[in-house]
Design a protein around this ligand. Structure first.
Ligand code: GUN
Length: 297
C-alpha cells in the first residue's frame, strides 16, 4: 500500500490559522499584540529570503513584525547592545537572530544574550536545559513542527521506537528530547553509527536530519513506519538546473513506509509556522495568560 503523504504545507497553513485566531483574541480581550523581532546581519541571500518570508507571515497572523538589518561588518558589541534593547522592549515577545552570523561573531555568545523567555528559536542554553529536564521551555521550531505532525498522524507516540538520524543542536538533539517526552524509545544515530540501515529498520518513526541528499533508502525502512524528512538539499538535475531533495530517497521510502513527508512541502513550511506559535506562546507567558492550545510541546 502506498504511504500517506504528510502535507506540511497544508498543516502549516492550519497552524498559522490557529495562531491568527488566538492573536485576534489576545488583541480583542486583552489589547495585547504579540511582537517578533528578527535580526539579520550581513547579506547572505538564503537568509534574506527566510527573513522576508518570516516578516510577511508574522504580519499575516496579526502580529507586530520588526526587522533589524545590520551590515556584515557590524561589531559584535553593537549586536549585543541591540539584543539588550529588544530584551527590555515590552512590545517584543520573541527575538530571532538569523544564523549563520559573520565569522567575527561568536554565535553562542550572541544566542545566549537573548532573554530566554524571548528566545523563540529555543537555542539559548537555558531553554536547552529546560527541554532536557522536561520543564517548560521554548522549543526549537523545526523539531516542534515534526512533533506536531507526528502527533497529528499517530495520536499517541507512547512506546514507539524512534530513530533520529543526525545529532545537531538545532534538530537532532531537541527532536530526540521531544520524542522522549512523548514516551518513545529513542535512538540518536549519526555519521559514525555502525550498521545504520539495521538501526533504522527497527524504527516505527524515522527522523532524517543529516543533510545528505537521499541517503535513507527504502530497504532501511520497516514496512508501515513513518518517515519525517528534515533534509533540504539542492542537487543538480541530469537535464540541467537544480531541484530540492530530502535526506530520504522519497520514491523507495514511500513504497515501504506507512507515512512520509515530502521535500519540498513537508517539514519545511512547519518551521515558520512554529516560530509564530512560539512567539504567541512567549507573549502569553509574558502576560501571565494561559498557554495557547495545541501549539506547544
Ligand atoms: N538559519 C537557518 N534556520 C534558522 C533558524 O531556524 N533559526 C535561526 N535563528 N537561524 C536560522
Amino acid at each position: 500500500m502506498a504511504a500517506t503523504i504528510l502535507d506540511g504545507k497544508a498543516f502549516a497553513a492550519r497552524v498559522r490559522g490557529q495562531v491568527a485566531e488566538q492573536v485576534a483574541q489576545l488583541k480583542e480581550v486583552h489589547a495585547i499584540t504579540p511582537g517578533l523581532a528578527v535580526v539579520l546581519v550581513g547579506e547572505d541571500p538564503a537568509s534574506q529570503v527566510y527573513v522576508r518570508s518570516k516578516g510577511k507571515m508574522t504580519v499575516e497572523v496579526g502580529m507586530k513584525s520588526v526587522e533589524h538589518k545590520l551590515d556584515a561588518a557590524t561589531p559584535e558589541a553593537d549586536l549585543l547592545a541591540l539584543i539588550q534593547d529588544l530584551n527590555s522592549d515590552d512590545s517584543i515577545h520573541g527575538i530571532l537572530v538569523q544564523l549563520p552570523l559573520p565569522d567575527h561573531m561568536n554565535e553562542d555568545m550572541v544566542i545566549n544574550a537573548i532573554a530566554p523567555a524571548k528566545d523563540v528559536d529555543g537555542f539559548h542554553i537555558s531553554n536547552v536545559g529546560l527541554l532536557g529536564t522536561g520543564q517548560k521551555a521554548m522549543v526549537p521550531c523545526t523539531p516542534l513542527g515534526c512533533l506536531m505532525m507526528l502527533r497529528d498522524h499517530h495520536g499517541s507516540l507512547s512506546g514507539l521506537d524512534a530513530v533520529v538520524i543526525g545529532r545537531s543542536n538545532i534538530v537532532g538533539k531537541p527532536m530526540a528530547q521531544l520524542l522522549l517526552g512523548d514516551s518513545c524509545t529513542v535512538t540518536i544515530a549519526h555519521s559514525r553509527t555502525k550498521d545504520l540501515p539495521d538501526v533504522v529498520r527497527r524504527a516505527d518513526i524515522v527522523v532524517a536530519a543529516v543533510g545528505r541528499p537521499r541517503m535513507v533508502l527504502g530497504d532501511w525502512i520497516k514496512p508501515g513506519a513513518t518517515v519525517i524528512d528534515v533534509g533540504i538539499n539542492r542537487i543538480e538535475k541530469p537535464e540541467g538546473g537544480t531541484r530540492l531533495v530530502g535526506d530520504a530517497d522519497f520514491d523507495s521510502c514511500a513504497a515501504v513506509a506507512g507515512a512520509i513527508t515530502p521535500v519540498p512541502g513537508g517539514v519545511g513550511p512547519m518551521t515558520i509556522a512554529c516560530l509564530l506559535a512560539n512567539t504567541l506562546t512567549a507573549c502569553c507567558r509574558a502576560n501571565g495568560l494561559p498557554e495557547p492550545t495545541g501549539l506547544t510541546a
